[in-house]
Write a protein that binds this ligand. Structure first.
Ligand SMILES: Cc1ncc(COP(=O)(O)O)c(C=O)c1O
Length: 382
């Protein structure tokens, strides 16, 4: 019997890192040599021992195995409220937050909560791939807005105006950006909030890299903007800040109606973030291991600088990112496109960079290079 999958599924393709991962396994099996893989942004630095020791205590708690319920447990809510107050000066109420099974949980389920068939959502190009396909799955339409080098990879609000229609429901905004590494300011966020209010659309701000910043830059929260809570939610992640990627932990904060709609959607999809993980999250936010955090940032920065030196030797052109885990680099003029450039490098040197087109058509002349990669043997590859 042939398996009949939904027509809906035919509208999307396999997640790009899943298909590139298969190419890596193939070539490693053929050559019996490891690929130097600058593809995925998977934090490889081990989490602080303090967190892991605490986690092993939390899983022994008498209630650890119980369903956690659909909202935050008290300790998690309190810790997140306190962290937002201390870190951003933002005051949250307990109905203005929800734990997520990773930021991607919120990103992939918000379209189900917010979009009807035929609705439109504004998506950055280049941008994190998960911003567009979940919208397509619910029958809505992603409308891509440009992040161009000539605009310093910032949002061009003049251009954005022309993309609005009566069907536009919300906009994805992401800084520090995956893939461009560009960061933002409070002033720019304020303009975005103003634009959204004027045009009656929601802003979903993905701040997953808020704590992965360099060279003195500090990432703001969109909720610092006065009145933002009327139209905005912000998504956060434990994956990058605490190197908990595989634990699948995140949060969403902001407008209570949007959060309520997401909670209702998720109540049909999962059964909440486990109690031990919520306790771990609360602990990490409250008793952050500052020394470990400083070491992590220093380590990423060191790698960023070493990788950058090698990329320059390949003729790539870029600014060093002040946030995120990626270098977004322009390929040399003589190259045909980013896909061919990456595939040649992959075959000749067994180095994998992600072709910029994985993040949208504007990535045609760019590659994304992850800095969370073990580079002890980088000299043997370049
Ligand atoms: C912009 C952005 N948002 C969200 C995520 C996913 O984060 P999480 O691991 O919390 O699902 C990523 C992961 O790479 C990302 O780049």
């Amino acid at each position: 019997m042939s398996t009949k999958t939904s027509k809906r599924l035919d509208r999307i393709s396999e997640y790009v890192f899943s298909s590139l991962g298969k190419k890596v396994s193939e070539i490693e099996n053929q050559t019996r040599r490891k690929v130097l893989n600058f593809g995925p942004g998977s934090p490889d630095i081990k989490p602080s021992k303090l967190y892991i020791d605490k986690f092993s205590e939390f899983i022994r708690d008498a209630d650890a195995h119980l369903y956690p319920g659909y909202n935050a447990i008290d300790g998690f809510a309190e810790a997140l409220i306190n962290w937002y107050k201390k870190r951003f000066g933002v005051l949250l109420k307990s109905n203005e937050l929800l734990p997520l099974l990773g930021a991607k949980d919120g990103i992939s389920h918000l379209p189900l909560a917010l979009l009807d068939e035929g609705d439109e959502v504004l998506v950055p190009d280049p941008g994190y791939p998960a911003f567009s396909d979940p919208a397509i799955l619910v029958g809505a339409k992603p409308v891509f807005y440009n992040l161009r080098e000539k605009d310093n990879f910032k949002i061009n609000l003049e251009e954005l105006k022309d993309l609005l229609s009566r069907k536009t429901k919300f906009i994805w905004v992401n800084f520090p950006s995956n893939p461009t590494g560009q960061v933002t300011t409070k002033e720019e966020l304020s303009e975005i909030v103003k634009f959204a209010k004027k045009n009656n659309i929601i802003v979903v701000y993905d701040n997953a890299y808020s704590e992965i910043t360099f060279d003195g830059y500090k990432s703001p929260s969109i909720l610092e903007i006065k009145g933002a809570k009327e139209i905005a939610v912000e998504i956060g992640s434990f994956s990058k800040t605490f190197s908990f990627a595989g634990f699948r932990m995140g949060w969403i904060v902001g407008n209570k109606d949007i959060i309520g709609a997401l909670a209702k959607t998720k109540s049909q999809m999962d059964s909440g973030l486990s109690i031990p993980l919520q306790r771990l999250g609360a602990y990490a936010l409250t008793k952050t291991d500052e020394e470990w955090y400083k070491d992590m940032i220093t380590n990423y920065k060191k790698r960023r600088n070493i990788i950058a030196k090698h990329l320059k030797e390949l003729g790539l052109d870029f600014d060093l990112p002040r946030g995120s885990l990626y270098i977004w680099a322009r390929i040399p003029e003589k190259e045909k496109n980013s896909w061919e450039f990456c595939m040649r490098l992959f075959k000749e040197k067994q180095i994998l960079l992600t072709p910029g087109t994985a993040f949208g058509k504007n990535g045609n002349r760019y590659v994304r290079v992850s800095i969370c990669v073990n580079i002890d043997k980088i000299g043997e590859y370049f």
